[in-house]
Design a protein around this ligand. Structure first.
Ligand SMILES: Nc1ncnc2c1ncn2[C@@H]1O[C@H](COP(=O)(O)OP(=O)(O)OP(=O)(O)O)[C@@H](O)[C@H]1O
Ligand SMILES: [Mg+2]
Length: 510
């Protein structure tokens, strides 16, 4: 008899259905796993044997064949242990064979028969729900899987014995509850920043429209400090975004305790990060930092210190909103709709352009350093600002800065305006002006005549690329939204253009 158990193989954040077929037949004693298993899956034979033995189930002296169908789909990871073990138990009659037909199964086995947590429980549960099945997953992954829907049947046992007892009706498992992570840790506060009014304004604009931002300034001027305060003014994730973001974190195995959080991701990879760490990939395909920052912020501090190749790998995700990784025999796609925030010094010594400072290495210090960032990458940054050192007067003056909550309110209402505009156009998925298509932005950000004149002059004088032109329009649209204005005026365009000029110096260096 062949026992069949449904499971999944992950491709990107989708769970592709896989059927585990187990046959116990007379022949040479041993177990064989076929169907393109990787090393972890091939090793599952040893774990399954030990776990069944520990659970008191003796294997017969027969030949066991395990097939993972479809045979041409690569199977990666350790989550095939549990479906293989359950298939074997069903083939041996230790659990009723039809008990498993309504479930998709994932889980890793320990040698003592307990079930270890695995990555990807949430997408597996969503996939199972879509085909009208329930999910059997490890106890630790239950809370995360429960987010797939209120109706889906979830069994989250601690061990093989607990599951067998459930099927025999001796000890019934209760459905796990979805849990949300309490946002107990308070975020850094904008009011801590003295002075830097124009940088704070740029941060607010970037937050309101989801625009990419670059801050350039001498050491200690507060760039890292400013960026760390961006999460405190961003609106929380919507329900749909929350689920999308959590699916990626689930596949990456980064949902601690299976609890979801509605805070926007804020990822700060170190500048030694490799290309695979940033955009995903590696031996076993995993989402990179760009995907983990989906619907949130990817903050690259000390921007030019990143490997140029790794930075340029971000060009495609910044444009399309997804990371596509080519593997030997297939392609994997992870969503990566991100807002890039970067900070850098103007040169290696960090003091270029500072009054009263002269560098021994002259202008080369600056050009060499800035040339590490390619022109096309720079072209994708909508808002570029200089962050000069704060004066002592600003630091000594008593604090009366605006608090994060007040700024967050303005950001939220600007985002509401954008959302309702996109919903009216039937594009509810688009959240921010930054994500808007070029045809749409030309329609929604059509400036008045004075604005048009200014834009024409500036585009001619500064030789905007087509992308640059559209990005100026997008920022101008956000500025008008922050003002609550229906039309984009000259004042909005002037500010948007000023954000682009600040970085023009950098583009010429690159
Ligand atoms: N505007 C400011 N208001 C209050 N404190 C500030 C301000 N700017 C800088 N500081 C203080 O200086 C410290 C260093 O700032 P920060 O690390 O943000 O500098 P940076 O611009 O990122 O420098 P680097 O280029 O060396 O990375 C902060 O932790 C803070 O204590
Ligand atoms: Mg810094």
């Amino acid at each position: 008899m062949v026992a069949r158990v449904s499971t999944v193989a992950f491709q990107g954040i989708d769970g592709v259905p896989v059927e585990v077929q187990v046959m116990v037949a007379p022949g040479r004693v041993g177990t064989q796993i076929v169907g393109l298993p990787d090393k972890a899956v091939a090793e599952s034979r040893e774990r399954v044997h030990a776990a069944l033995h520990a659970s008191g189930l003796a294997l017969p002296a027969k030949k066991v064949t395990v097939n993972l169908a479809p045979a041409d789909l690569p199977k990666e990871g350790a989550h095939f242990d549990l479906p293989i073990a359950l298939g074997l138990m069903a083939a041996l009659g230790a659990i009723p064979a039809d008990a498993l037909s309504d479930y998709v199964v994932i889980g890793e086995l320990n040698l003592d028969g307990t079930i270890a947590p695995v990555a990807g429980a949430l997408p597996a549960a969503i996939g199972a729900n879509a085909i009208g099945k329930g999910l059997i997953c490890p106890a630790e992954s239950g809370a995360e899987a429960a987010w797939a829907g209120p109706d889906i049947d979830i069994l989250a046992p601690r061990s093989l014995i607990a599951l067998a007892n459930h099927f025999r009706g001796i000890q019934v498992l209760s459905r796990p509850e979805p849990s949300i992570r309490a946002n107990t840790m308070s975020l850094p506060e904008m009011a801590d920043i003295r002075g830097q009014e124009s940088a704070k304004r740029a941060l607010e604009v970037a937050a309101a429209g989801g625009h990419n931002l670059l801050m350039v300034g001498p050491p200690g001027s507060g760039k890292s400090m400013l960026a760390a305060r961006l999460p405190s003014i961003l609106p929380p994730l919507s329900a749909a975004e929350l689920l999308e973001v959590s699916m990626i974190h689930s596949v990456a195995g980064q949902l601690s305790g299976g609890k979801l959080s509605d805070r926007r991701p804020f990822r700060t990879p170190h500048h030694s990060a490799t290309m695979a760490a940033l955009v995903g990939g590696g031996l076993r395909a995993k989402p990179g930092e760009a995907s983990l920052a989906h619907h949130g912020v990817l903050f690259l501090d000390e921007f030019p210190e990143f490997a140029p190749q790794a930075l340029d790998a971000l060009r495609q995700p910044l444009e399309t909103g997804e990371c596509i990784i080519a593997r030997a025999n297939h392609r994997v796609t992870y969503p990566a709709s991100i807002q890039l925030v970067a900070a850098m010094n103007p040169c290696r010594c960090g003091m270029a352009g500072e009054p009263g400072h002269s560098c021994a290495r002259g202008p080369r210090c600056m050009t060499d350093y800035q040339a590490r960032i390619s022109g096309p990458l720079m072209d994708r940054i909508d808002i570029r600002i200089d962050v000069p050192a704060v004066s002592a007067v600003d630091l000594i003056r008593p604090m009366q800065a605006e608090r994060s909550a007040d700024i967050a309110r303005r950001v939220a209402s600007a985002r509401d305006i954008q959302r309702s505009r996109f919903e009216a156009a039937g594009l509810a998925g688009l959240g921010t002006n930054a994500r808007c298509s070029t045809a749409m932005i030309e329609k929604y950000a059509a400036p008045d005549s004075a604005g048009l004149q200014l834009l024409r002059d500036a585009a001619e004088k500064m030789k905007f690329s087509a992308r640059g032109y559209h990005r100026v329009l997008k920022v101008a649209r956000t500025l008008a939204d922050l003002d609550g204005n229906e039309t984009v005026g000259r004042i909005h365009l002037a500010e948007a253009i000023s954000y682009r000029i600040a970085g023009e110096r950098l583009t010429t260096a690159a």
